[in-house]
Every structure is written in C-alpha cells, then in structure tokens.
Design a protein around this ligand. Structure first.
Ligand SMILES: [Zn+2]
Length: 113
C-alpha cells in the first residue's frame, strides 16, 4: 500500500517537469526500481494509471526498470546476483555481502511533448 504516496510523488514531479518544459503532456516516464528498494513496480504501475487521471501524466507510458540486488564477495571482489537460498559467491564460494545495488529508486527519464 505504501506505493500510493510514492506514486503521487512521481506524478507531482512529472507534472512539474512538464510545466517547466512548457509541454502539454507527459508521454513516458522511466522509473528505476531496485528489488530491495521496498517498492513493488507492479503496484506503482497500477496506482500510476489511477492517480494520473486528469493530470498531464494521463495516458503516459510508465516504464519500470527493475534492478536485481547484487552481493559482493569479500574474498575475491566478485559482484553477483545471488541464487535462491544461497549467498555463496559463484567464483570462490564465500558468502557475499549486501551492496547498494538493488536499493535504487529514482526517475531516470521523463519524456514530454
Ligand atoms: Zn568470491
């Protein structure tokens, strides 16, 4: 449920950008969402269509780029996406440590017309 306020925020930002660019409407929005960001892309997509009604974002294409969390191996430095039920480095078998990759949440691009 906490995707609702964040989607409202996204639409506010896009609407502001649209006005500042002196454009009529927002055509597309590219959003980067890490799987560990705490937000679910599908929910944002759903709320986006509802909240954008009557705003310059209505009908805009929302593209969500998902980022899989990566771990970093403390022994060999390998960055890897962990396998289900495992934290082991694919190169040397040491348990990986969490990184910032996968916690992303930001608007990468707003396309206006
Ligand atoms: Zn390793």
């Amino acid at each position: 449920m906490h995707e609702y306020p964040i989607t409202e925020q996204i639409i506010k930002i896009c609407t502001k950008h649209c006005r500042e660019a002196d454009a009529k409407r927002v055509l597309g929005v590219k959003l980067v969402v890490g799987d560990s960001s705490g937000f679910i892309g599908e929910s944002i997509q759903m709320y986006f269509d509802i909240i954008s009604e009557g705003t310059p974002c209505e009908g805009a294409r929302l593209e969500i780029v998902r980022v899989k969390p990566q771990l970093r191996c403390p022994s060999c430095g390998e960055m890897f996406v962990r396998a289900p039920m495992s934290f082991a480095c694919p190169k040397c078998g040491t348990d990986g440590e969490p990184t910032e990759i996968g916690k992303e949440f930001y608007i990468e691009q707003i396309e206006v017309e």
